[in-house]
Design a protein around this ligand. Structure first.
Ligand code: NAD
Length: 480
């Protein structure tokens, strides 16, 4: 398939432009390691221009009625929806995921814009009964101001559409630092907003050296809020910087989701859902089931079925419609996953299938299933973010809860059981921002998404998602 991969420029104050200094960063197709294009690198002058544009645009965008914002956003959603095929192809070329997953991400992205466009029309204040007759007191929701958003490469469109529509619907202006590994699909979203008539300066897109950009934008007085999706380590650094400048922050960080399978579960269903979500996007998903905890009675069967599933997974170029798992997104991931496997092996883990890089061209890694992994192994403590499935056994409910809550992460957690009583109890006890029982039900536009503890704070999506970009003003007025 011959697809034209576009180079990506910066989008500042309504114009696509090269960066000051005209430097670029190469973009690589992870399926064959070929350079397919480049992305412009922003320098300080570009960031200053984006900041001024966002500040200026804020004066009108915050006073644009929610209904007028809604009309522009709905149009952008329609434009994006009409381009599911070409944008999906661009995403697979630069990110590697199977083409069906890319297309789904584009169309779900359009749904996210629709949801937040609607939600913007419901940012109600309230009238508060006063203590005396001549006082009129109420609250109104106001946009927090200019937002600096930082998004990663694993879901190039989804991650920005968890942030941008909510900020726009709230009346905020945005400077988005997109992922340098996957810039072109991200730019397609910005183009949809541009073509839909979003006023210049409301949404600005930059790329460059991530630390240079965040260190400049976060302390800048024009920026009032930051929102970041990425690793816990970087999230802690950025949250600390935001804190020292008293900036609002939403942090969507790493996870280490426990997936508990109780002995009364429907194993067929549990395996099918958990295995496909384990290897979706080659495991580079913050809510991927990570530690599989299976009760004694089902353990052997679960390990054997998971191994079969991994063995039969068609790994290859995501543009091939038969591919079920693509390459890892960049070379750093190969090194990281090899490290996790080597460490587990040296700690006595048994590898049932996989465990190695696949081929020597492209960043492919074999779907890997391992057991007998001690709790001290790195994969049982750090987010692997790759196609590795460590499976452990447990004997009773208390043991499962203890292991599930052992780590400081708390993003997603899964459980499979046919007992309503167990389902209710476990959903209460899991220390996690999101829990899904007997199915994989997380991450829809209308539902809140986000973690606790080391997985970050704040919610994206749902009606909670827009609150992150609103501030409540209280007004008390005496009429005499
Ligand atoms: P990384 O931590 O270097 O980068 C993760 C993301 O953060 C990237 O998009 C990167 O551009 C950005 N980033 C890095 N340093 C930054 C800085 N100083 N300022 C602003 N942005 C910065 O690691 P990586 O090799 O790209 O990815 C590896 C790890 O990142 C994974 O193991 C996973 O834990 C995490 N990650 C999480 C998510 C998620 O959805 N929560 C997505 C992608 C990566």
């Amino acid at each position: 398939m011959n697809i034209n991969y576009p180079n990506t420029n910066l989008f500042i104050n309504g114009e696509w432009k090269t960066g000051d200094g005209k430097e670029t960063i190469e973009v690589i197709n992870p399926a064959n390691e070929e350079i397919i294009g480049n992305v412009a690198r922003a320098k300080t002058n570009d960031l200053d221009e984006a900041l001024s544009a966002a500040e200026e645009a804020s004066k009108t965008w915050k006073n644009t009625t929610p209904f007028d914002r809604y009309r522009i956003m709905r149009k952008a959603a329609e434009i994006l929806r009409d381009r599911v095929d070409p944008v999906g192809q661009i995403m697979t070329l630069e990110q590697g995921k199977p083409i069906a997953e890319s297309k789904l991400e584009v169309s779900l992205g359009a749904d996210r814009i629709d949801w937040m466009a609607e939600e913007g029309r419901r940012t109600y204040g309230k009238l508060i009964p006063a203590r005396s007759g001549n006082i009129y007191q109420f609250t109104v929701k106001e946009p927090v101001g200019t937002v600096a958003a930082f998004t990663p490469w694993n879901f190039p469109i989804n991650q920005i559409l968890q942030k941008v529509p909510a900020a726009l619907a709230a009346g905020c202006t945005i400077i988005l630092k997109g992922p340098e590994e996957t810039p072109a699909s991200c730019a397609e979203v910005v183009k949809a907003f541009e073509e839909a008539g979003l006023p210049k300066g409301v949404l600005n897109l930059v790329f460059g050296i991530p630390s240079e950009i965040s260190e400049y934008l976060i302390p800048h007085p024009i920026v009032r809020k930051i929102t970041f999706t990425g690793s816990t380590a970087i999230g802690k650094q950025l949250a600390a910087l935001a804190g020292s400048h008293m900036k609002l922050a939403t942090m969507e960080l790493g996870g280490h989701a426990p997936a508990i399978v109780f002995e009364d579960a429907n194993i067929e269903k549990a395996l099918k859902i958990l295995a496909s979500n384990k290897f979706r996007n080659a495991g580079q998903v913050c809510i991927a089931p990570t530690r599989f905890l299976v009760q004694d009675k089902l353990y052997e069967e679960f390990v054997s079925r998971m191994t079969d599933f991994a063995d039969n997974l068609n790994v290859g170029d995501g543009l091939n419609p038969d591919t079920r798992m693509g390459p890892l997104a960049h070379d750093r991931r190969i090194e990281a996953i090899e490290g996790f496997v080597a460490d587990a092996k040296s700690n006595g883990a048994k590898i049932h299938t996989g465990g190695s890089r696949k081929g020597n061209k492209g960043y492919f890694f074999e779907p890997t299933v391992m057991t007998d992994v001690p709790l001290s192994a790195r994969v049982m403590n750090e987010e692997p973010f790759g196609p590795i499935a460590p499976i452990s056994r447990f004997s009773n409910y208390e043991e499962a809860v203890e292991e599930a809550n052992r780590l400081p992460y708390g993003l997603a957690a899964y459980a499979y059981t046919n007992s309503t009583k167990t389902a209710e109890a476990i959903s209460k006890e899991l220390e996690s921002g999101m829990v899904s029982i007997n199915h994989h039900g997380l991450g829809l536009p209308e539902t809140p998404f986000g973690g606790v503890q080391d997985s970050g704070y704040g919610k994206e999506g749902g009606s909670e998602g827009i609150e992150a970009y609103l501030s409540t003003k209280f007004v008390s007025q005496s009429n005499s």
